[in-house]
Design a protein around this ligand. Structure first.
Ligand code: ZN
Length: 319
């Protein structure tokens, strides 16, 4: 917005050269410049732990394309606060983190768009009156549904895909509440009562299922992305998640009264990291197999430590 009259006193503005700014509209009566004004808005790519993004249908914005959460920055707010508020208002979820990706000038509306990639737990979306519908969509599909290349939505998704598979995997699984349901009775899995029980009675059988999958995946990965890429995934993923998993594992043991079983900590945490690394490799190969299934069990808050029957039939034994 360009000012012709002074918003304070109504005087017609003159133009006056001010330093490096050049000619600027100026009120002689108030003795102050009135720089061109524009609004700022945030736009947020919300990603859940499954690598799905929240896409909105907002007919007043577009009937042809889906959009991301967006909204104006209010005076006094930081852009990060706006992002959190808008996501909560429009789709009813809490962000766990947000990362500023860049700022984009939106010519059509003459405004500054501040772009974030943010994370939230996969939860049902509760819509505000401004949103006609919204759903979680796989990122690979989302990029085909938003406004095409040149739009801010597209730029954010493009940026999302620019990160390596390991980085994206780590960002996604970080919000998993590790072992949160461990030792909570469930119909879905066979519950194992102690870490000793898991290792003594399940480990051998589990490896019979686990090993062929790991071998096959390793061979496929060798061919498709090469050994170095696999090594790099293992290194990056286990290093990034090590601290979280240790902490949550020990918290679980304390909660479950399994304090005596600390001698198996290292092996247990290594098993978790190993499973996650293989799940990241499946992601890199763009396949969903045994380890993606294990990842789902971790997402459910359990620790898969055995398998009853044949995969994919039968069910996991979990702590
Ligand atoms: Zn004035």
């Amino acid at each position: 917005m360009k000012f012709k009259f002074c918003p304070e006193c109504g005087e017609r503005l003159i133009t006056k050269p001010i330093g490096d700014e050049g000619d600027v509209p100026f009120c002689e009566r108030c003795g102050r410049p009135w720089f061109d004004m524009f609004s700022s808005a945030v736009i947020v790519l919300v990603v859940n732990e499954y690598g799905e993004v929240a896409l909105l249908q907002q007919d007043y914005m577009s009937t042809e394309h889906r959009v991301l959460v967006s909204g104006y920055v209010k005076p006094g707010e930081s852009a990060e606060e706006t992002a959190r508020r808008e996501v909560a208002e429009e789709i009813g979820i809490e962000l766990t983190d947000s990362r500023l990706v860049g700022t984009y000038w939106f010519e059509k509306k003459g405004m500054m768009m501040i772009g974030f990639i943010a994370h939230a737990d996969n939860a049902e979306l509760t819509l505000s009156g401004e949103v006609d519908s919204a759903e979680w969509v796989a990122a690979e599909d989302a990029i085909k549904l938003v406004h095409p290349k040149g739009s801010v939505s597209y730029a954010l998704l493009d940026e999302y895909f620019k990160r390596s598979v390991s980085e994206r995997f780590i960002e996604e699984v970080r919000s998993i509440k590790w072992f949160k349901n461990s030792s909570v009775p469930t119909e879905k899995y066979l519950l194992v009562r102690s870490v000793y029980d898991a290792f003594d009675n399940w480990n051998a059988d589990y490896l019979k299922v686990w090993e062929p999958h790991a071998c096959l995946l390793e061979k496929m990965a060798e061919k498709m992305i090469g050994d170095d890429a696999v090594d790099s995934i293992f290194e990056t993923v286990s290093m990034a998640l090590d601290g979280d998993i240790w902490r949550e594992w020990q918290a679980f043991r304390a909660r479950a009264g399994l304090e005596e079983e600390s001698s198996l900590d290292e092996e247990s945490v290594d098993m978790v990291k190993r499973d996650l690394c293989w799940a990241a490799v499946e992601k890199a190969l763009n396949i969903t197999g045994f380890f993606t299934e294990l990842l789902d069990i971790y997402r459910d808050g359990y620790f898969p430590c055995g398998w009853e029957g044949e995969f994919p039939d039968g069910r996991a034994a979990v702590l």
